[in-house]
Design a protein around this ligand. Sequence first.
Ligand SMILES: NC(=O)c1ccc[n+]([C@@H]2O[C@H](COP(=O)([O-])OP(=O)(O)OC[C@H]3O[C@@H](n4cnc5c(N)ncnc54)[C@H](OP(=O)(O)O)[C@@H]3O)[C@@H](O)[C@H]2O)c1
Length: 315
Amino acid sequence: MKDQNKSKDVNRRKFLKTGSAFAAASMFLPLGTSKIYGAFKTGHLENSIPVATLNNGVKMPMLGFGTNTLRDELGVKSVATAISVGYRLIDTAHIYGNEEAVGEGIKKSGIKREALFITSKLWVDDAGYESTKEAFETSINKLGVDYLDLYLIHRPRGDVKGSWQAMEELYKEGKIKAIGISNFSPKQIDELMTYAKVKPAVNQIENHVFFQQDESHKFLKESNIQMEAWSPFAAGRNGIFTNKTIADIGKKYNKRNAHVCLRWLFQRDVVAIPRSSNKAHMIENLDIFDFELSEADMKAISKLDLNVTQFPEWE
Ligand SMILES: NC(=O)c1ccc[n+]([C@@H]2O[C@H](COP(=O)([O-])OP(=O)(O)OC[C@H]3O[C@@H](n4cnc5c(N)ncnc54)[C@H](OP(=O)(O)O)[C@@H]3O)[C@@H](O)[C@H]2O)c1
């Protein structure tokens, strides 16, 4: 755990140092340049996204691309564009109804499969041993890949034990590089750990400045389970992009609210997967590695916590 944090600290320092140089230099770098700024050498555009080392040694980008609601042509175009501007982690799920579009977007990008980190999720209707195996096959077929980097139980409902056993087997067969969960509380993780042979590598939960989830954050850190934030912008709710506290902090660094929100997650060692269908926003959201929020900034942001979900309709 200490080592993991240390390696992230080193990463962070390294990227703070190279961040602004990269931002300036990347404008002049041709595609396919051999200069490597990050851990992912893609053969196309080298990117500068730091990686987390999961509890099984797998490397996961700290910043990725969310795809909920991006379906059909919009999904294809958004995913291909996101990859072209530097995203390598792509987050989808069976329930988003876009795995085919995401797969198409990946194909369209021309990127090598190994350069990507692809996540999908098992929906609650498919909970259980047999149905999990079938749902996994359906997902990889729709995506057009032969393995997933990360497969998550989307919600703690139904036969979680049967699903986890199926996922452990798929993991051991090498069809999934890391297995994890989503929307699990510390108590539900403790329950899972009573029978799990493989510890979850990731828990993806709602996390943004208005719902800071301090208890889960502490628990996951202590358990060496990587925390991943869904809806890092609260999907734009509660005036996040115009919030004055966030804007005032951003002004000091010449950054916008989106940058401050994502940087806050990064400094808490939380992976974030912002969604956008707007290329300018996609590029903007990558630009968080050349500044550091101070302790006072982090304290001011901690006061924005409403300690309640911004998506009560999903409870
Ligand atoms: N595991 C789960 O249960 C779960 C639940 C929800 C979500 N997720 C995952 O988390 C991902 C992200 O969450 P989300 O899709 O709910 O929303 P989000 O990433 O919090 O916010 C997306 C919204 O922010 C806007 N936006 C993005 N960048 C911006 C910028 N720089 N400036 C201004 N506006 C910006 C987007 O509009 P534009 O398109 O105009 O940029 C969009 O309306 C999902 O796509 C999905 O992959 C998982």
